[in-house]
Design a protein around this ligand. Structure first.
Ligand code: PAF
Length: 297
C-alpha cells in the first residue's frame, strides 16, 4: 500500500492511473476506521481498479472546538486496517494544503444543508461540502463511496457533484450494524459504557416505525410518535425525529404515499465527564402499495 501525504502526490498518482486507463475510487474518511468504512472500501473495490482512502479530520465541519479535539485519531491502526483490507493508496493530506493560508472559497448546498443535522450543527455541511469538493478535485477519482448512515451528507454530496459537473459517480453504501443493531460510527467509541444500551434505542425506534408502516400505519405524526417512544423510554435526549423526502429532504406529507426517509438524532452520555455524544441513524420507510394506490385513485 502506498501512503501519500500531499495533494500533489495524490494528483500525480491519479493522472498516472487515468493515463493507464485504470479506474480510481476514493473513500473519503476522517480516520478512526471501523467495519463501516471497510464496507466502503469493499464497495469501491467492486467498481474500480485502484482504491484510495483519504484520512483527514476536517476542522471546518466541527462547530465546536471540544468536539474536534475529542474526535478519535489513530493513524497507525487506521493504516494497518487499510493494508489488511487491500486499500491501494492511503492518502493523508495536510491541513495546510487543503486550507492554504488565505483560503476563502466555500461550497454551500443551500437547501440540503439546512434541515435535520444542519439545524443543530450550523456550518457543519458547508465544511463537509467544501472538503469533499477539495478531495474530489485533488484526487479526480471516477467513483467515490459514502455511507448511507450519514444520509444527509450523501444527499448533499450527490447534489454538489451534479451541480458542479464534477463527473464522479457517487456510491451510497448500506449502513453496517453491530449484531445489537447499533449503527457503526467512530463516535460510538466516545460513549460512556452505561450509554451503549441507551444508544440501541435509535435502531429500535427505526425498527418500530418500520414495522408500524408495514402494518399499514402511514400517518406522519403517528409514525414519528412511534419512533420517539424507544428513545424517550431509554432516557436519551432527542435532537430530532423527522420524516422527509429521500432526495430533496423536503418534509414528508401528512400521509406517506412514497418511500420516505425517517431520520433520527439523539444525545447520549459520553465517557468524558459532563459531555454528550450525538448519534444519528435512519431508514427508508416504504408504505404498503395499497396506500400508494389509494393516493393515485
Ligand atoms: O463522513 C465523514 O467521515 C466526513 O464527513 C467526510 C465525508 C470524510 C468529510 O470530512
Amino acid at each position: 500500500m502506498e501512503v501519500l501525504r500531499s495533494t500533489g502526490a495524490m494528483r500525480a498518482r491519479s493522472q498516472e492511473l487515468a493515463a493507464a486507463g485504470r479506474r480510481l475510487a476514493l473513500v473519503p474518511t476522517m480516520g478512526a476506521l471501523h467495519q463501516g468504512h471497510l464496507a466502503l472500501v469493499d464497495a469501491a473495490r467492486a467498481q474500480a481498479d485502484c482504491v484510495a482512502l483519504s484520512i483527514f479530520v476536517n476542522p471546518a465541519q466541527f462547530e465546536d472546538a471540544a468536539d474536534l479535539a475529542a474526535y478519535p485519531r489513530c493513524e497507525s491502526a487506521d493504516l494497518a486496517a487499510c493494508r489488511a483490507r487491500g486499500v491501494d493508496i492511503a492518502w493523508l493530506p495536510p491541513a495546510a494544503e487543503l486550507y492554504p493560508e488565505g483560503a476563502q472559497t466555500w461550497v454551500e448546498v443551500r437547501e440540503l444543508q439546512t434541515p435535520l443535522c444542519g439545524r443543530s450543527r450550523p456550518g457543519h455541511f458547508r465544511g463537509v461540502a467544501t472538503v469533499v469538493a477539495k478531495l474530489l478535485l485533488a484526487a479526480r477519482p471516477q467513483i467515490a463511496c459514502f455511507g448511507q448512515k450519514d444520509y444527509q451528507q450523501l444527499a448533499l454530496v450527490r447534489r454538489m457533484v451534479r451541480d458542479l459537473h464534477m463527473g464522479v459517480s457517487i456510491i451510497g453504501v448500506p449502513t453496517v450494524r453491530e449484531a445489537s443493531g447499533l449503527a457503526l460510527s467512530s463516535r460510538n467509541a466516545l460513549l460512556a459504557k452505561c450509554a451503549r444500551p441507551q444508544a440501541l434505542s435509535l435502531s429500535r425506534a427505526l425498527g418500530a416505525a418500520e414495522r408500524a408502516c408495514a402494518r399499514g400505519e402511514h400517518g406522519r405524526e403517528a409514525l414519528l410518535h412511534i419512533a420517539r417512544g424507544p428513545i424517550a423510554a431509554a432516557g436519551a435526549a432527542l435532537d430530532y425525529a423527522e420524516l422527509r423526502c429521500p432526495e430533496s429532504l423536503a418534509p414528508a406529507p401528512p400521509v406517506l404515499c412514497a418511500p420516505t426517509l425517517l431520520a433520527l438524532a439523539a444525545f447520549f452520555p459520553a465517557a468524558a465527564p459532563a459531555q454528550r455524544v450525538r448519534l444519528i441513524d435512519n431508514r427508508i420507510l416504504t408504505p404498503a402499495p395499497s396506500a400508494r394506490a389509494g393516493r393515485e385513485d
